[in-house]
Design a protein around this ligand. Structure first.
Ligand code: AMP
Length: 304
C-alpha cells in the first residue's frame, strides 16, 4: 500500500490540567505531540517544533521509537511552552487559565531539506506566523491541512487569514468556527469560512461527532461513545493527526478516502480521552484502532 510522509508543525508543551478527577501537573502535551503520536500509527511522520532545556529527552526518544522523525525538533535555551487548562465537571467545556509561549516566542522554524518535500502537511495549532513560515519552505505539497485555536483567532486574526488562504483543509472545533466566522449557525458559519480559503472544512463537535463541509457535499461522523472519559486534552490534535496520517497512508484525498479518514480520526480521538495526557494515545496498535473503527461504523450503519 502506498504511504507518504506527513509533516507536522505544532506545539510541544508542558500542560497543567485541572480535571474533575484531580489536578495533573507538568504533563507532556502540545498539538505536535498528540498529532504526531496519532499519525504515527498510519504513516511516516516528521515533526517541526521547539522545546526548552527542561523538556524530557525520553519523550523525544519515545516518539523516535514510534517512527516519528524528530530531527526537526529544536532544543532551545529557556523553558518549554506551557499551557494551563481547567475543565468543567462534565468535561464538555474548558477554560484556558494561562499560556506561556516561552521558547516559541523566538522560534524560527528551519526545515531539514528532506522535510520540505513532504507531500502531506498538518499545520497544527501554533502561532499562524510559524504555520506560514513552514508553508513557505515546503515544495509543492499535495495537501495542506491546518488547525488553530481561540487564542490565535482572537490574537492573530490577520495572520491567520493568510494561513486560511493557503490551506486545502481546515480542522477546527465548533466554537472556533463560530468565532472565526462571527456567525452562530454552523452551516452559515461553515459557508463563511470556506470563502476565506479552505476548500474543505472539518468541524469537531466533541461528543457530538464531527462534520465535513465542502462545495456540494457534507458528511457526518459520530463520536465513539465512551464509558470512561478522563481527559479530553489533545483529542482535537489526535483527531487531526490520525485523519492526516490516514490520508497520507492511502496517498489519496478523494471524497471516500476523506470519509474513511474521518472515521479514523474520530476513533483515535476517543482513545485519547480515555487517559490523562498522552497515556492512552501512546500505547495503541493498528489492530486496536481498527476494531474500534469497525464498531464506530456499525453505530450508524443501518444494515440491509
Ligand atoms: P486540544 O485539546 O486538542 O485543543 O489540544 C490541547 C493541546 O494544545 C495541549 O496539549 C496544549 O499544550 C496545546 N495548546 C494549548 N494552547 C495552545 C496554543 N495557544 N498554541 C499551541 N498549542 C496550544
Amino acid at each position: 500500500m502506498p504511504s507518504s510522509p506527513l509533516l507536522i508543525i505544532g506545539s510541544m508543551a508542558f500542560d497543567d490540567l485541572d480535571l474533575p478527577s484531580g489536578d495533573a501537573r507538568d504533563i507532556v502535551g502540545g498539538s505536535a505531540t498528540y498529532a504526531g503520536l496519532a499519525a504515527s500509527y498510519f504513516t511516516q511522520v516528521r515533526v517541526v517544533a521547539v522545546v526548552g532545556e527542561d523538556f524530557p529527552a525520553h519523550t523525544l526518544d519515545d516518539l523516535g521509537r514510534r517512527g516519528v522523525d524528530v530531527s526537526g525538533v529544536e532544543r532551545a535555551k529557556g523553558k518549554t511552552f506551557r499551557w494551563w487548562g481547567r475543565y468543567a465537571a462534565d468535561l464538555t467545556s474548558r477554560t484556558t487559565l494561562d499560556t506561556q509561549l516561552n521558547v516559541f516566542a523566538d522560534f524560527k522554524p528551519k526545515l531539514p531539506a528532506s522535510f520540505a518535500e513532504s507531500p502531506y502537511v498538518l499545520l497544527g495549532n501554533i502561532h499562524p506566523a510559524l504555520q506560514l513560515e513552514v508553508l513557505a519552505q515546503m515544495k509543492r505539497p499535495k495537501l495542506v491541512a491546518a488547525d488553530t485555536m481561540n487564542f490565535w483567532i482572537s490574537g492573530e486574526r490577520k495572520l491567520l487569514g493568510q494561513v486560511l488562504e493557503k490551506v486545502d483543509l481546515l480542522v477546527v472545533n465548533d466554537e472556533e468556527l463560530r468565532q472565526l466566522a462571527e456567525v452562530h449557525n454552523l452551516k452559515r458559519a461553515a459557508r463563511a469560512v470556506l470563502k476565506m480559503g479552505p476548500k474543505r472544512l472539518i468541524v469537531k463537535r466533541g461528543e457530538y461527532g464531527a462534520l465535513l463541509f465542502e462545495e456540494g457535499d457534507s458528511f457526518f461522523v459520530p463520536a465513539y461513545p465512551l464509558e470512561d472519559e478522563v481527559d479530553p486534552t489533545g483529542a482535537g490534535d489526535s483527531f487531526a493527526g490520525a485523519l492526516l496520517g490516514y490520508l497520507a497512508q492511502r496517498d489519496n484525498t478523494d471524497r471516500s478516502t476523506l470519509r474513511q479518514a474521518l472515521h479514523t480520526g474520530a476513533t483515535v480521538a476517543s482513545f485519547c480521552v480515555e487517559g490523562v495526557g498522552t497515556a492512552r494515545i501512546a500505547g495503541l496498535d493498528a489492530a486496536t484502532i481498527r476494531a474500534r473503527t469497525v464498531e464506530l461504523r456499525s453505530l450508524v450503519h443501518p444494515g440491509d
